[in-house]
Design a protein around this ligand. Structure first.
Ligand code: F3S
Length: 393
């Protein structure tokens, strides 16, 4: 791999051990994936911030980096952690709260933006064609497919190294020739609600492996529908971008292998993701990935002036940024007894420690993960059904 003189000096430790370790991580990855050089990134988005998923071992290393006075060299955002400051921190045991707070302080010391969201693009959308080093899989698909930015799916350590060095190996879908569609997906199923898009993502994630699809038959998806599709696709498989309804369809159609998605594939996927038939879940959760401004507004409007049932918790997860921006709707939602949760989500916090055994959600990604990550039974349903369940008649 070719390194500039400056990169070589970092590699040889002339700028200290911490930068050297980060550079070595990037070079090692570059060599593994056939990169010939490093390229600058506009931003990095780091996952592995939640103590629930990270555990104790990496904290000492992260602290050593912070103590060496290492700072992010580019704009660097953070994925959700495990605590919501308003509604959850006070309900969880100190042995979980304390190490999570320590992790947050370490990242803050290193100059990372403490936004704690999986939708950093709602805070600042990356420029079209810009190179990124993002580690949240749902955000990776969205950035590549909807926003037109270019990023591989980084792991937590490589996104961290990229944030500190400001560069990433020039490989994978940083290269134009690796971004072309490799398989044609013809969707023959009517996709009406967000759960249909999520179910399509889970179904395709399992059959595509890492092939980039060109998907036709999506109709006119909203950005939020595409967010659900991409999040589910990335959680069930290794796909990092998709093409949809693009002008490329006519040109590419002939040469691609084809898969057809029938209505029964969507229906069966929704049924498979649903593990409980309970009429009364302990938690109704929307906001995976974190809600957009439009979703918060839609929820507030659909709730009308109804109140949340006393025997069900209703969480709406979003970022601090959107919470502030949508304050008017947030007030309305919270007046119903629902909780606007920021900085975390049902999957990366300890719902089991809160006595939650059944979760109803409109997110296929959450439905996919909750049985293992939350040890919970799940019901996947549309936003309308979630609201109907959570609200008093
Ligand atoms: Fe975000 Fe949590 Fe879903 S991190 S993508 S809301 S699992």
């Amino acid at each position: 791999m070719y390194l500039t003189r400056e990169e070589e000096r970092i590699y040889n430790g002339e700028y200290g051990w911490a930068k050297q370790v980060c550079m070595k991580v990037l070079v090692k990855l570059g060599e593994l994936f056939g990169a010939s050089r490093l390229i600058p990134v506009e931003s990095a988005h780091v996952s592995g911030v939640s103590y629930k998923t990270l555990g104790d071992a990496p904290a000492d290393f992260l602290e050593a980096l912070a103590d060496a006075d290492e700072k992010a060299a580019v704009e660097a955002t953070l994925n959700p952690q495990s605590l919501d400051p308003k509604h959850l921190a006070g309900r969880l045991p100190e042995n979980l709260v304390k190490p999570q707070r320590r992790l947050c302080e370490i990242f803050e010391k290193m100059g990372f933006k403490t936004c704690y969201t999986c939708t950093p693009y709602y805070i600042k959308a990356p420029k079209r064609g810009s190179h990124l080093a993002w580690a949240e899989s749902s955000a990776v698909v969205y950035a590549n497919s909807v926003l037109g930015a270019w990023t591989n799916r980084e792991g937590g350590p490589s996104a961290l190294a990229a944030a500190i060095i400001g560069k990433t190996p020039d490989c994978g879908i940083h290269k134009a020739e690796n971004r072309k569609p490799q398989i044609l997906i013809e969707v023959k199923a009517p996709l009406e609600k967000e759960v249909d898009f999520g179910a399509l993502g889970i179904f395709l994630g399992k059959v595509l492996e890492d092939k980039i699809p060109l998907i036709t038959g999506l109709g006119k998806p909203t950005f939020e529908n595409l967010k659900q599709l991409g999040a589910a696709l990335a959680s069930a498989g290794m796909v990092n971008m998709l093409h949809y309804n693009s002008a490329a369809v006519k040109i590419e159609k002939e040469r691609l292998e084809k898969i057809t998605v029938e209505p029964k594939n969507i229906q069966e996927t929704i049924e498979e993701l649903t593990t409980t038939s309970t009429a009364k879940p302990d938690l109704v959760f929307v906001g995976c990935p974190h809600c957009s401004f439009r979703e918060i507004r839609e929820i507030a409007e659909k709730m009308s002036d109804k109140k949340v049932r006393a025997d069900i918790e209703f969480w709406v997860c979003t970022s601090r940024h959107i919470k502030e921006k949508a304050n008017r709707y947030v007030q309305k939602i919270e007046a119903s007894g629902a909780k606007i949760i920021t900085d975390t989500c049902a999957v990366v916090t300890w719902t089991d420690k809160l006595g939650i055994k059944t979760i109803m959600t409109n997110s296929a990604k959450t439905a996919h993960y909750a049985p293992t990550m939350n040890k919970a039974e799940v019901k996947l349903a549309s936003l309308e059904e979630c609201l109907k369940t959570a609200l008093k008649r």
